[in-house]
Design a protein around this ligand. Sequence first.
Ligand code: FES
Length: 174
Amino acid sequence: MKNSSRRGFMGKAFGAVAGVGAIASLYAMKKSWDPLPSVKAAGFTTLDMSIYEPNVLITEKWRGKPIFVLKKTPEMIAKQTEQQKARDIVVGDSHYMVCIGLCTHLGCIPAYNPAKEGFLCACHGGQFDWSGDVTKVPPPRGFDIPPFKIDGNKLILGEAGPEYQAMKDNGITL
Ligand code: FES
């Protein structure tokens, strides 16, 4: 009788230790499957849109890609065509061009000339206007617009809000 209860106790103790071990190894496995915090954070970039100066190009970064942010001046807004307007991201009263800063020809990074209010790609001479639309080939299309969501005066890159979805549905961006 004494022996069997001792065996029962040993069995339970062994089971408990094995159970804790199994939970610990499952936890370790889950941790190794989860993306690193740096990878998680890299998925989204939040931009405070109130910090940008008109007609000054700022290059931000999202998922390792350059993101061009250009706040438009009232003159630019007044003279732009419907096609250029359709590419605007409007936050509050301000209009912005926010695009992936890679030439859609072969991926070079074009340079902005504030005096000419346009971009020149030095690789093969492609040109883009201040809305990011192509004005001179060989680039096949304007700059691509990253997924974005407007949240107050912030822009969340990596999340597709209704304004981005509308641009995609209308063929403004890929
Ligand atoms: S990569 Fe820009 S024009 Fe060719």
